[in-house]
Ligand binder design. Sequence first.
Ligand code: UDX
Length: 474
Amino acid sequence: MSTTSTAQDASNGGGNGRQPHARARRVLMFPLPFQGHINPMLQLADVLHGPGLAVTILHYTGFRNTLDPALRPEFGFVAVPDGVPADVVASGNVVSMIVAMNTAMEASVAFRDVLAGERMPRAACLFVDSSLFGAQKAAEELGLPTIALRTGSAACFNCILAYPMLHQNGYLPPEGSQLDMPVKELPPLRVRDLFLSSRADHDMLSKFLAKATHAARSYSALVLNTFEALETDELEKIRDEIGIAMVLATGPLHRLSSKTEGTAGRSSNVLPHEDHTCIEWLDTQITGSVLYVSVGSLACMDSGELSEVAWGLANSGQPFLWVVRQDLVPGSDGPCLPKGFDDMVTGRGRVTPWAPQQEVLAHRAVGGFWTHNGWNSTLESVAKGCPMICRPQFADQMMNARYVDAVWGIGFELEGELERNKIGEAILKLMKGSEGEAMRKRAGELKKTVASCFESGGSSLLAINELIDHVSSL
Ligand code: UDX
C-alpha cells in the first residue's frame, strides 16, 4: 500500500538553487536494487524533492538490497513484487537477476496493478533505472511517461548502443588473443575494456542490452549521472544516436544530495553500518598520506588475492584505510587476514567493514584511492580530486578504468595477477612518485571543473532545472 508523502516543506532544498513550493506534482522512482544503482536514484530523488515534487519510491522487498523506508520519511514507499526465482537469486548472477526482474515486469499483472494504483492521482511520470526497462512498457500502457536514469557513464552507454556493431565487426564475443586489440570505433577502448561479464552468458547479455537499447528510444527523457565537461564527445554521440529530445547530464548527483552516504541509498540488510570511527583515525594521519582501498559493494577476491593485497599494503610502508567487506571472499566464513599483518601495520593501517566513502575521499589525509572503478566510486573520486589505482573486475568497471588512465590521466591500472611486490610498487607510484603527483594535479583541476558544474550557469545545474521543468510540464 502506498504511504505517499503529503505536501510538506522541502527542508533540504535539493541544493539546486530552486525554492521549494507546495508539492503539486508527484513522481514515481524505481531503482535497481543494487547499492551502486540505489544511491544515484535516491540522490536524484533528493534533487527533485527539494524544489517541491513529491516522491514515491517503488522498491523490491525480500531481495538482496532492501531499502529501509524509515531512513527516508520524506518519501513514500511502495513495494513491488520482484518475480525473481529463488535459484536465480541464489546463483548470484547479477545479469540473470536483472533479466528475471524485467521478464517478470513485462508479464506481471501485479506490477501493472501497482503502477496503475500509483498512476492516480497526480503522478507525473516514472523515473526508472535504465536496467529496469520492463517497467517502461507497463508504464506506456497506462499513459505514464518514463524517464530513465543511467547510473553509469556516457561512454558505457555508447558501448551498449554499439553492441550490434561490435558483434558485426568481430570484436565480440571476445577471443583471448584479441583482448589487447584497440576498438578503433570506440577509442580509447580495447576489447578487454568492453562491457563484458565473465559472470554472464554472452548471448543473454547481448539480448539484454539490445532490449535496453530498444527501450531507451521510447523514454520521455534520459538522465545520466555524468557531466558535460567530463564526457563531451560521448554525450554528443548519444544525442546523435538515440533520437530522443532530452538527454541530460546532471552529475555527479551526490554533489546535489544533502544526505550523507548512509542515508542516501541505504540498504538495510546487506551492508554493515558505516564505521565513522575511521574518520577519527584519518584525523590522526598526515595530510595526503593515506591510500583508501575499496572495491565497492559487489566485487570480490579469493583468499590468495586477499593475502597478497594485505602484504602489498603492509610492505609499502604507506598509511592505508582498507574496506574489507564481510562477503569480500566468497565461499568463506568471512575474510581472514594473514597472521602477523595486524602487528606490522599497527598505527598506520586501518581495516573496516564499510566506510563513509564520500567523507573519506574528502578527508585531507587521503591522497589516493585504490578502486574497482564502479561508476559511483569513480565519480566520487573525480569530484574529490583524488587520483586512483584502478583494479576493475567486471561490467563497466574496465572502461571506467580505461578513461581514468588514458583520457583523464588521473590514475593507472594495476594489471595482471595480484602480487605483493607489484602492489607495493603501484602504491608508491601513486602516493610518492612524480607520475602520481602529476595525476594528483590533474585530479585537482577536474575537481574544480566539477564544482563549476553546480555554480550559476553550470551545466549540471542547468540540466537539473531543465529536468524539473520537463517533469512539471508532463
Ligand atoms: C555496481 C557495479 O559493480 C559497477 O560496475 C557499476 O558501475 C555500479 O554498480 P558497486 O560495486 O556498488 O557498483 O560500486 P560503485 O558504483 O562504486 O558504488 C559503490 C557505492 O558504495 C559508492 O557510492 C560508495 O561511496 C559506496 N561505498 C563503498 C561506501 O559508502 N562505503 C564503502 O565502504 C564502499
